[in-house]
Design a protein around this ligand. Structure first.
Ligand code: BV8
Ligand code: ZN
Length: 248
């Protein structure tokens, strides 16, 4: 499917931008083979609701199930590669002031060469002690079969269970990441919103703030979303096809 050509006004806005924010969601990594958040509940976990499993309550109720789900996702991310969209964003930053603000917990922006300004929802690759917060080094199971239960390792400092380094529903966003993201959005003259349905707050507020501060906001998504009515341009295209065309 070749992307429908972008609106020439969209291309002009992108070409003329001086301070860019790329705001990415799970759709950014879809063409790398990383299931979007809801698709990550296929197989063993399909009977769970993401908002159910990605919560402190689920962790308290069944740590081994939650730890297995995150380790399966971490191993899957390790096995895949950044796509042309991730690489285009990294290339763009070589010629333009650009901040990557991502909701994604994978490391594909980094592996494509980007420096990520803010991981709003944490990272699969930053497990930490659930009690004292000490970062934990946990080897990735290279070919972890999707097992339903896996005992989390214990903290080397205090022996409490190690938890995934992500932000669960009901947890505050990391203050530093949230503050960096807000500043970048305040400053930008262009925000490119890629692969997010814009349903999770407060992250989904950022494109609305960019519009309010007078920036041009371009959405790249094969589907319309909750943000479509608010953005300046909405391009029905996928990340790996649209971003290289924009950045060329
Ligand atoms: C907070 C990490 C303050 C975990 C994630 C009741 C109680 C408590 C809070 C709330 C509440 N009601 C509402 C809230 C707020 C809540 C929220 O927003 N809930 C939603 C469900 C309504 N938010 C929070 O709790 C946040 N914290 O508010 O703190 C607070 C504190 C205490 C009490 C109250 C408030 C924390 C939210 C962080 C949750 N953690 N991730 C993990 O990964 O397991 S969010 C998770 O879902 C992902 O990170 C992602 O950002 C988000 C959405 O997932 P997806 O739908 O998969 O991805 P996305 O939305 O990006 O959709 C995919 C899109 O890509 C689609 O549009 C698709 O068309 C498109 N696409 C597909 N293929 C492609 C593509 N696009 C381009 N190219 C392609 N090839
Ligand atoms: Zn500890």
């Amino acid at each position: 499917m070749s992307p429908i050509e972008p609106d020439p006004a969209l291309v002009d806005a992108v070409r003329g931008a001086r301070r860019v924010v790329v705001f990415s969601g799970a759709g950014m990594s879809a063409e790398s083979g990383v299931p979007t958040f809801r698709d990550a509940l296929s197989g063993l976990w399909e009977r769970f609701d993401p908002a159910e499993l990605a919560t402190p309550q689920a962790w308290e109720r069944d740590r081994e199930l939650v730890w297995a789900w995150y380790e399966w996702r971490r191993a899957l991310v390790r096995r895949v590669q950044p796509n042309a969209g991730h690489r285009a964003v990294a290339d763009w930053a070589l010629s333009t002031e650009l901040a990557v603000v991502t909701q994604n917990v994978d490391d594909l922006h980094e592996r494509a060469g980007s420096t990520v300004a803010a991981h709003l929802h944490g990272s699969l690759f930053a497990p930490r002690c659930s009690a004292c917060g000490t970062p934990a080094h946990v080897d990735v199971h290279p070919d972890l079969a999707p097992v339903e239960r896996l005992a989390p390792p214990l903290c080397a400092e205090c022996r409490a269970p190690v938890r995934p380094g992500v932000v669960w529903f009901g947890e505050d966003l990391p203050p530093a990441a949230w503050s960096v993201a807000q500043d970048a959005v305040e400053r930008c003259d262009l925000m490119v919103v890629v692969g997010t349905s814009g349903v999770v707050y407060p992250a989904a507020e950022l494109p609305l703030r960019a519009v309010a501060s007078g920036a041009t906001v371009v959405e790249i998504n094969p589907e319309p979303t909750d943000l479509t009515s608010a953005v300046t341009h909405s391009w029905r295209a996928t990340a790996a096809r649209a971003l290289p065309a924009l950045v060329a």
